[in-house]
Write a protein that binds this ligand. Sequence first.
Ligand SMILES: [Zn+2]
Ligand SMILES: [Zn+2]
Length: 433
Amino acid sequence: MRAALLAVLKACTTPVVILASLAAVLPSAARAQGNPDWHRAIPGFKIAGNLYYVGTADLAVYLITTPQGNILINSDFKQDVPAIRKSIEGLGFKYGDIKIILISHAHGDHDEGVGVIKAETRAQLMVMDADVAAVESTAAGRPGAKVDRVLHDRDTVELGGAKLTARLTPGHTPGCTTWTMPVVDGGRTLNAVIVGSPNVNPGYVLVGDKRNYPEIAGDYVTTFALLKSLPVDLFLGAHGAYFNLKDKLPKMTAGSTNPFIDPAGYKAYVAEREQAFEKELTKETADAHAGDTVGFDIAWNHVALSVPNIAESIAWYEKMLGFKGVVRGGQPNPNARQQVADLRRGNVTIELFQLADATPLPESRKNPSDDFRTHGVKHFGFEVKNLPAVLAELKAKGVKMAFEMRDAPTERFAFISDNAGNAIELIEHKTAR
Ligand SMILES: [Zn+2]
Ligand SMILES: [Zn+2]
């Protein structure tokens, strides 16, 4: 019995997933706003030679010191500028000696504070051409800072013997910049690479974005080819997480090898990020071409249920799943031959019918495993974030289970019964990282 049931459930995986993805339009809980390490101050430290780390625990800021003044890469958010200043001064340097400000890319976690630092130090702000408009923008969260020098791929920034090269690594932003520089340390010359960002952020559209950034996918391809070609000793980047700052920093002890000299870690990081990009590109390409043989678009609209009592069904869906029910034509009328209602939550609509002479749902249709033995539409599914927590909440409210949670490697799912016996699947897709 159990084996048969499992086989049946396996066979239904595909339709379940399709239904679940169509239903994955419930308002998602607010996306985690950043990361606690973003604004956590840490003391500045020397990486090698005249290259210092003066950022927060994750938002990397670099100081390159020279006899003719210093170069700063990244500003973090405005609120982080005092911590950067403290790190610079803690290392014995003068904040006012910053002569040039550079950035990794035009996102607030790296550039929001450039205007503040520029005003406080009178430094020159130099930005890659395609990110200039975003840096000069006065929109909310943008620095609104005047760019003094517009950079292009391979341009160099020189001051007091230091020489940085700007490499255009577009995709994450159109002007995303990877900085390279030779660092003389203990008689050796080390190639430092400060990765701008190889990441495809949630919500980025790689395929079919004709308006905002149509060349984005090709730009990422260019970026990965370039990143793979760079000679690297010191592996650094715009976020500490890129190069595992957390684990490497405690290893910066006198006499030991410098943990930031990590060409193998760089290679592995770039390869992993390229795979992540390619996976997303493959997925988006498949999605974009799914409807190519059909001359029209479709969007998910609704599912319809015939129920014995519309008022009871509305009450159940409101209590258990947070829908709002509206009976067409006003209040439920027990004497009407036919009543229709709509249940809505976010983009999900369930249409309810109550017909006076309708036949009750057969017992076999109430159990999802048995129901597969009858042809027809079987169930609908909702994607949830934390299925065990969702089930605990529903059980506390007295929900009837139709099928207890099953944990599979990539997803877990369960079925609940609504008040009329309809099976509803709840599915949670596990994320890789
Ligand atoms: Zn970014
Ligand atoms: Zn960032």
